[in-house]
Design a protein around this ligand. Structure first.
Ligand SMILES: NC(=O)c1ccc[n+]([C@@H]2O[C@H](COP(=O)([O-])OP(=O)(O)OC[C@H]3O[C@@H](n4cnc5c(N)ncnc54)[C@H](O)[C@@H]3O)[C@@H](O)[C@H]2O)c1
Ligand SMILES: O=c1ccn([C@@H]2O[C@H](COP(=O)(O)OP(=O)(O)O[C@H]3O[C@H](CO)[C@@H](O)[C@H](O)[C@H]3O)[C@@H](O)[C@H]2O)c(=O)[nH]1
Length: 344
């Protein structure tokens, strides 16, 4: 029995592949390498280069492997980019998820774990920490594209022999404590990565997008979850489905909010050196604050975070950034480039 990981060359997907292999699972990856890297996929996983919604490719994968479950990370994940290219986001996050689900159901694959997001709650969560039962009012195409996929999953599970867990991730950060994986995207926009790059002199400064939010210091507040705890929740979700568990939508976060300034100060403290910050206007699509109530994931999946400490998250991110200069000398096909990665 084999687990198919879509987007397994990406940031979260590559951590998932390591986690599954560590747990003794047989793993196949499909990834088109749009933002992921060939070198990020452990050699023990079988790799198919291509689109997660390429039906001919999926048929080949299903014919050559005994796929029992799909963990679907492949997608587009940048909130502001979805405002500039809404149809691209609906296509990659919703349309392609539909095609993949349909192929899976036709092939008799009954277990599906889906990457959803806190962005489904929109900018005015009724209460914080936010529960899964809060109003779903996504204000960006990104949040909307993921919510539409959640609804397709719900309806498919009601109609077919098919069960799923959709995990609503809050802000994922950090890197594998063993240093095998991390966030490697060029020109990443995620705050922790941006701040670590600035600390290491790879960016001139960090822009703070908005200082007039109704938060403790005026900057945006998020619930940062260590990527290793997140992929652990996926493994628990897989076990939940295998043991006959009901379809589930669950938040993944720690229930603790950090502002942009809190994060920047932590990176400076852990690294031991200051970097330049610049106060900038609010970024389109951003919300003031979003913090998870993850009671459901704890209760239904038995999920217990191990790295719920901002300092640990930052330390592992900095360690990965230091390694990345070496790793960046590989191109997307896994071949070593002849030049060093330019600094940002
Ligand atoms: N990073 C976060 O904080 C966060 C939070 C909530 C949800 N998510 C979701 O988690 C998933 C993974 O995010 P990530 O941060 O690892 O992003 P990522 O960009 O690092 O990884 C996505 C991977 O999917 C691949 N991919 C994209 N579209 C594809 C397609 N159509 N077919 C095949 N491969 C494709 C990319 O090449 C890449 O390897 C995404 O669906 C994202 O929306 C991420
Ligand atoms: O250079 C930067 C980058 C970010 N921020 C702020 O930092 C916070 C976090 O931003 P970012 O790291 O870009 O994450 P989000 O936009 O919150 O989105 C992430 O977290 C969501 C879940 O909450 C996921 O769905 C998305 O895929 C993922 O990109 C926000 O207040 C941003 O305005 C800055 O001030 N400067």
């Amino acid at each position: 029995m084999t687990v198919l990981v879509t987007g397994g060359a990406g940031y979260i997907g590559s951590h998932m592949v390591w986690k599954l292999l560590d747990a003794g699972e047989d793993v196949v990856v499909v990834d088109r390498l749009s933002t992921g890297f060939r070198w990020a996929i452990p050699s023990a996983a079988r790799f198919y280069l291509g689109d997660a919604a390429d039906e001919a490719l999926l048929q080949t994968i299903f014919a050559e492997n005994d796929i029992e479950a799909i963990i679907h990370f492949a997608g587009s994940s940048i909130v502001p980019a979805s405002i500039e290219d809404p149809l691209g986001y609906y296509e990659n996050n919703t349309g392609k998820t539909r095609t993949l689900m349909s192929a899976a159901i036709r092939a008799g694959i009954r277990h599906f774990v889906f990457s959803s997001t806190a962005a489904v709650y929109g900018s005015q969560p009724a209460d914080e920490p936010v529960k899964e039962s809060a109003p779903l009012l996504p204000e960006t195409p990104y949040g909307q594209s993921k919510l539409m996929s959640e609804l397709m999953l719900r309806d498919a599970a009601a109609a077919y022999d098919f069960r799923y867990v959709a995990l609503r991730y809050f802000n994922v950060a950090g890197a594998d404590p063993q240093g095998r994986a991390g966030q490697s995207t060029d020109g990443a926009t995620h705050l922790v990565k941006v701040a670590c790059e600035a600390a290491l002199g790879r960016r001139r400064q960090v822009e703070i997008y908005g200082t007039d939010y109704p938060t403790h210091d005026g900057t945006g507040v998020r619930d940062y979850i260590h990527v290793s705890d997140l992929v652990d929740a996926h493994l628990m979700a897989l076990r939940h489905l295998r043991s006959g568990g009901r379809p589930l939508v669950a938040n993944c976060g720690y229930g603790v909010g950090y502002s942009v300034l809190d994060v920047l100060n932590m990176v400076m403290r852990v690294h031991g050196r200051a970097f330049r910050i610049h106060m900038a206007p609010r970024r389109p699509g951003d919300t003031a604050s979003v913090v998870a109530d993850a009671t459901l994931a704890h209760r239904e999946l038995g999920w217990t975070p191990r790295y719920n400490c901002m300092e640990t998250i930052v330390r592992s991110s900095l360690e990965w950034e230091l390694q990345l200069a070496d790793r960046s000398s590989f191109d997307a096909s896994g071949l070593r480039k002849v030049f060093a990665a330019p600094s940002l």
